[in-house]
Design a protein around this ligand. Sequence first.
Ligand SMILES: [Zn+2]
Ligand SMILES: [Zn+2]
Length: 346
Amino acid sequence: MQTDNFDEDLKFTVQRPPAYGELTDVLPGLYWVRLPVPLRLNHVNCWLLDNGPGWTLIDCGMNTDDIFEIWDKLWRGLLRSRPLQNLTLTHAHIDHIGFAGQLVKESNCAVRLPFAEWLNGWMMWHEREEGLTDQFASVMKRNGASDEEAAAIMAAQRPSKYLGLRPPREFTRIKDGDVVTMGGREWRVITAGGHSPEHASFYCDKDKILIAGDQVLSHITPSVIVPSAQPDANPMKDYLDSLARFEELPPDTLVLPSHGLPFRALHTRLRQLREHHQARLDDMASFVTERTSAFAIAQEVFPRVLHENPRQAFGEALAHLNMLASTGRLTRDVDATTGAVTFAPV
Ligand SMILES: [Zn+2]
Ligand SMILES: [Zn+2]
């Protein structure tokens, strides 16, 4: 995630966020709960929808003690008399799904998310358990890391403090175009790739509200990372293509993003997100002055992050390079004998 310039043009509905854990009215029957996240991005927004006899919660935060206390307090207090009926998840990143196992255990609620996100949740849970594997080292080496460089990165990794619980074992699958009823409103599911394989956003046509998840954020740009399991994937194309889906929505749509503040200038934001990625692609292209590798570029562009969070730094460099190669701005070559992947200016 990268911080953009704060933009006054986005028509924010509030100027500052509510305190963590405070139940905040957004619209009748729809509440905002902002939760603390112990990562560089320090919060996540969750949405509580009043179904009458109970509640639907969209995303639930990580499994930290702070978040446990917040949900515990809300359920003992304000929400005591009516149960959590359904937990709906936009995608499987740990700041959105990490607490899901605990919530299901406590409340026995039903769970709803897209199939690829459920699988992705399990994959990422295994990745956190295992740490970086030899396969990740092999991808780095095929992309230009020396044995010593790959070994140094592998040796520098520490186990994640926030392993997360296992994702829920049972769920209802939602798909693009499905209509789900939550909090007395009908919401159309819009799934999109790029940030996560099958990220779900929810659009209410009647009241023009978009629960955007991470696909359209207000102050930051969603991260777009090539996963080590598919090093030749092109998620940047998926992400940029996904923006066209949101351009079809009305310009005065109220956007409720998972990070940042609610805003109304959807089309302005979509244009900014496109421009941001275009500028980053141009930057990245300017680093490729001769035949080079994704590892060399990651080292040049993200030297610190490459050691702290190699999946992110390496995956982000590769996301830009694969996109530049797919649009003909760079060439991408795979050595037939060694499998070594290089990029070069056209
Ligand atoms: Zn995310
Ligand atoms: Zn997020």
